[in-house]
Write a protein that binds this ligand. Structure first.
Ligand code: NAD
Length: 276
């Protein structure tokens, strides 16, 4: 594949660039996933709450790509937290995906006020020990949530998937993950395609390299060592977004993008988000 791997803390290899399917309806997911696999993506990021695990699974099955060449992530929804509920939710997700094992299972949100993420994660540890998932991790965990999780459980999370793009660079989390050996995975890596791709500094870097703004932002993630999972349902953009491994940003480009940080979230604050 044209996408290099990140080696997770248990030795499992995860493609550094994958395909996200949030907001892709179930009946369109099969086609979108097929287009991504055709373009060379081998990592797919879905979640129980996205309601498209079945369509995602159909896209995977239809591709005919050997299972061991794929890396499939899904996430435990908030209402399924707790030890027993987590085990049931995992079975349901795997059945919808039509898979015999998962590559990465993530706790979608910490919901700190409910106090159930450590119990949920202990169920993840059982799924890992039973060989039903190759790596386990979390999403939207702040360093304080990770500290408590690490104190109360045995397996350091392989990944924390967090909102991360040039307007929300997550310096504290990235530093903490680095100390702990946790890979940082960027959700909404393109800032949801809103104003970010029109920012003059990014447009100028794109022109300099004869690339698109989306490619510049994704290349920035790659050079920082982030895992990124851009989403598109447009085949030309799907192809464009993975075509970032044959050019490099220089120090000046990286500095100009660093200067865009505003610590501004598009999504909810994990400390208070309590839906589902
Ligand atoms: P994104 O940053 O990937 O942006 C996607 C949008 O950007 C597209 O809908 C399109 O409008 C635009 N776009 C994509 N490619 C483009 C291109 N080449 N040129 C111009 N515009 C382009 O946003 P996202 O979908 O929010 O995030 C990506 C993935 O992250 C999701 O699909 C999902 O898998 C994951 N995610 C996870 C969480 C979480 O809580 N763990 C939350 C949000 C998203």
């Amino acid at each position: 594949s044209k996408v290099p791997p990140i080696i997770l803390n248990n030795g499992v290899e995860m493609p550094q660039l994958g395909f996200g399917v949030w907001q892709v309806p179930d009946d369109e997911a099969e086609r979108a996933v097929a287009a991504a696999l055709e373009a060379g993506y081998r990592s797919i990021d879905t979640a129980a709450i996205y309601g498209n695990e079945e369509g995602t699974g159909r896209g995977i099955a239809a591709s005919g790509i050997p299972r061991e060449e794929l890396f499939v992530t899904t996430k435990l929804w908030n209402s399924d937290q707790g030890y027993d509920a987590t085990l049931r939710a995992f079975d349901a997700s795997l059945a919808k995906l039509g898979l015999e094992y998962l590559d990465l299972y993530l706790i979608h949100w910490p919901l700190p006020s409910r106090g159930r993420y450590a119990d949920s994660y202990k169920a993840f540890e059982k799924l890992l020990a039973d060989g039903r998932v190759r790596a386990i991790g979390v999403s939207n965990f702040l360093p304080e949530h990770l500290e408590r999780l690490i104190a109360e459980t045995s397996v350091i999370p392989a990944v924390n998937q967090i909102e991360l793009h040039p307007h929300m660079q997550q310096h504290a989390s990235r530093a903490f993950h680095g100390e702990q050996g946790i890979a940082t995975e960027a959700w909404s890596p393109l800032g949801q395609g809103k104003g970010l791709l029109e920012v003059p500094a990014i447009v100028a870097i794109a022109q300099k390299h004869n690339r698109t703004p989306a490619q510049v932002v994704l290349r920035w993630h790659v050079q920082l060592g982030n895992i990124a999972i851009p989403k598109s349902v447009t085949p030309a953009r799907i192809r464009e977004n993975i075509d970032v491994f044959d050019f490099s940003l220089d120090e000046e480009d990286l500095a100009a993008i660093s200067a865009l940080n505003e610590d501004r979230r598009l999504g909810p604050d994990p400390a208070t988000f309590d839906m589902g």
